[in-house]
Design a protein around this ligand. Structure first.
Ligand SMILES: Nc1nc2c(ncn2[C@@H]2O[C@H](COP(=O)(O)OP(=O)(O)O)[C@@H](O)[C@H]2O)c(=O)[nH]1
Ligand SMILES: [Mg+2]
Length: 691
């Protein structure tokens, strides 16, 4: 039986670290009868935190999915990481869902990661319900908690359910919309439904009027009615609420305690009530084959289109592409097109993912999330489509890594295995980048922070059996010259039979920055036969691979071959290559060589109050600040900074701004390295990595 599309809900559970997201996810599955005991992160029985790296840290690292059925609705919940190093995974997850549960902790102030996910959800137009979890904490001041959430998230955080009992006494909730009280006896999840306790009647009235007013503000027509009549029908309240939630003007707040197992059936009811079925979600932006911007409506009768928002690579189970069906239906044993590459892909098994388990399904319809096994040429962020309508859903935005390390395999000869394993991890983890730096020859592993890169190495070892060490990457210094010179290279060897002879004279001069390498021949009258001239050029460029100061690539040089000699028998391409190389080495020695260092363009976004610290710090890093712009409560600083000074910028910015700053960085240009830093750079370059 295909699922009724109005009964599908797909929900990302987000929020900063430690608020109880994973515990809430487990409690939802338990409340729906999807698990016969309540999974708990603390005793390693969570259905969501199952990877050894997560269990060891008691902290989610990658998103994980589980399906559940609630009153005939098929709900998929996706638990996401909240820790700053991993929170980007929540951003990708939001492209797979139609609703979000933002988990908050009444005892800990809103941090940067919560603000980030909230803003992402608003950008994506994903309606959100907040869950105030950990309501069993002692001494909760609910009013100031809601006020501070409202201020931090620039919305109106409004109770939809009022808690019964404070702290240890927290024992249930009153639904302000229908006035019913849900009271729990113990922590087995059982509850009774009745009237609100008399001693909180005033509180209920007050909270109800706050809610009504907030709902009225969601819709102009309803607001008018409210102002005229002073009250609203239940229907109007529901309509106003839905409108206010849809644009983020109101954040409805429910109360739970995951450890006491209170409030989850009521939360499930509200998920169904307030969060949209994917078929009600806004049409997705896409590009047609001819480049036109089009929209893909969540329609069951249109051809199939699916967005791959997650990839799972398991050394045993293989490659799973997790797809949100954007339109139509997909069935096993069918054929689709990868719209990003135009490759055909054969669909074999379709799977539903429940934590670590998978269950085979026959088909998936619009709005559902389904995993497709063994699509080797399809990656996260790509679109699969019916060949009849090949459209590309807006891909993921590129992620700029914040920190890079050079890796070295602990066991010699394991380099290749390490690189292959890391590339597989990067398929699952879009914030992880693996590349070879051509100028230093190092394999660079880049990610969102040191912890992210370290955890990735742990996973590499566990999943692919390779141990690697992390080192600060070498700065790719270069060399150039500052003076025009003439130089000479001559090879003359007589060994037994026929010998080796070549002779060349060159003139070498500096080119402006970015000029690269130019070579021209001024040979006239056949002083060197034409056929040998490319060999001279090859010799010259070989010599430039290793400069005289630190052995770095030499750049920004023009070389003219002006004269030479050859011998009918003893000259060869090899001999001229050697002579060219000798001439260039001679030139580099005399031409006042110097070291060049790479600069990056850096754009830092920080709250106004952190501006002074961040600017002072940038100055100490030899930054050249180019400008500052105001953006809301933030300042955006643009600067050019030596790469050597910002190899570890991410953790420093995090600590200067308590996690509220962010930055983007990209290569800019090369400049001469100041004299007083040359010795250190030479030592780092010649004697292994920095530090
Ligand atoms: N007291 C209390 N502790 C909770 C509650 N929910 C979760 N925790 C605990 O908070 C810690 C972090 O929970 P977890 O679900 O991993 O948080 P996450 O980082 O947001 O996923 C764990 O030790 C949980 O047992 C709650 O409602 N009350
Ligand atoms: Mg978690």
């Amino acid at each position: 039986m295909p699922t009724d599309v109005s009964r599908i809900r797909t929900i990302a559970i987000t929020g900063q670290s430690g608020v109880g997201k994973t515990s809430v996810a487990d409690a939802l599955v338990f409340a729906a009868g999807g698990n016969n005991r309540l999974g708990r992160v603390d005793d390693e029985s969570s259905l969501f935190d199952t990877e050894p790296e997560e269990i060891r840290r008691r902290s989610t690292i990658t998103s994980s999915l589980h399906g559940l059925t609630w009153k005939k609705n098929e709900i998929t919940v996706i638990d996401t990481p909240g820790q700053g190093n991993f929170v980007l995974d929540a951003m990708f997850t939001l492209r797979g869902v139609a609703g979000m549960l933002l988990v908050l902790d009444p005892g800990s102030p809103v941090q940067a990661e919560t603000i980030k996910v909230w803003n992402w959800a608003k950008e994506e137009g994903i309606p959100t319900i907040a869950v105030l979890n950990r309501m069993d904490r002692p001494d909760i001041d609910l009013d100031s908690c809601l006020a501070s959430v409202s201020e931090s998230l620039e919305t109106s955080a409004t109770l939809l359910h009022l808690p019964i009992g404070n702290g240890e006494e927290f024992s249930g909730v009153v639904n302000l919309l229908d006035g019913k009280a849900y009271t729990y006896g113990g922590d087995d999840g059982s509850f009774t439904v009745g009237d609100a306790p008399a001693d909180i009647a005033d509180q209920v009235e007050l909270a109800k009027s706050v809610l009504t007013e907030a709902a009225a503000e969601g819709d102009d027509e309803i607001l008018e009615r409210y102002l005229e009549e002073g009250e609203l029908s239940a229907e109007d309240v529901a309509k106003g609420l839905a409108a206010a939630i849809s644009f983020g003007g109101l954040l409805p707040v429910l109360c739970t305690s995951a450890s006491k197992n209170i409030g989850f059936p009521q939360l499930l009811d509200e998920i169904v009530e307030l969060l949209p079925a994917p078929a009600d979600a806004a049409a997705a932006k896409a590009t047609a084959d001819n480049g036109d911007e089009v929209e893909v409506a969540a329609s069951a009768s249109d051809p199939f289109c699916g967005f791959v928002f997650k990839t799972i690579v398991d050394p045993h189970a293989g490659h799973l592409s997790v797809v949100r069906v954007m339109s139509g239906t997909i069935s096993g044993d069918s054929q689709v097109i990868n719209a990003a590459t135009d490759n055909k892909e054969r669909i074999g098994h379709l799977l539903r993912i429940d934590g670590k388990k998978t269950v085979q399904v026959d088909s998936a319809s619009v709005g559902e999330i389904v995993a497709i096994a063994k699509l080797k040429a399809t990656h996260s962020g790509q679109t699969l489509a019916d060949p009849a309508r090949s459209v590309k859903i807006r891909p993921f935005a590129d992620v700029n890594p914040a920190i890079s390390f050079a890796i070295a395999a602990k066991k010699r000869g394991d380099e290749d295995k390490a690189t292959q394993g890391l590339l597989k991890l990067a398929e699952e983890d879009l914030a992880l980048h693996v590349e070879r730096d051509e100028s230093t020859g190092e394999i660079l592993l880049s990610g969102s922070g040191q912890l992210h890169v370290e955890v990735s190495c742990e996973r590499l070892n566990r999943k692919y059996g390779v141990e690697v060490e992390l080192k600060a990457p070498k700065v790719p210094y270069r060399e150039t010259i500052r003076k025009a010179v003439s130089a000479h290279g001559r090879l003359k060897k007589q060994t037994g039979g026929h010998g080796q002879f070549a002779d060349c004279r060159i003139e070498v001069e500096p080119l402006p920055s970015g000029g690269g390498f130019e070579f021209e021949s001024k040979i006239v009258g056949g002083a060197i036969p034409r056929g040998f001239i490319p060999a001279v050029e090859k010799g010259v460029s070989d010599a430039m691979k290793s400069g005289t100061i630190a052995g770095c690539q030499v750049v920004d040089v023009r070389v003219r071959l002006v004269d030479g000699q050859y011998h009918d028998v003893d000259s060869s391409e090899m001999a001229f290559k050697v002579a060219g190389s000798m001439a260039m080495k001679d030139a580099l020695g005399q031409a006042k060589p110097c070291l060049l260092e790479p600069f990056v363009s850096l754009q830092v976004t920080v709250p106004d109050e952190c501006m002074g610290d961040v600017m002072g710090d940038l100055n100490s890093r030899r930054a050249k600040v180019e400008g500052m712009d105001q953006s809301g409560h933030n300042q955006v600083i643009r600067a050019k900074v030596p790469m050597a000074e910002v190899l570890r910028y991410a953790p420093d910015l995090t600590s200067m701004t308590s996690g509220r700053g962010s930055f983007e960085m990209g290569f800019s240009h090369y400049e001469q390295l100041p004299e007083h830093l040359v010795a250190k750079a030479v030592q780092e370059t010649k004697g292994g990595a920095a530090e």
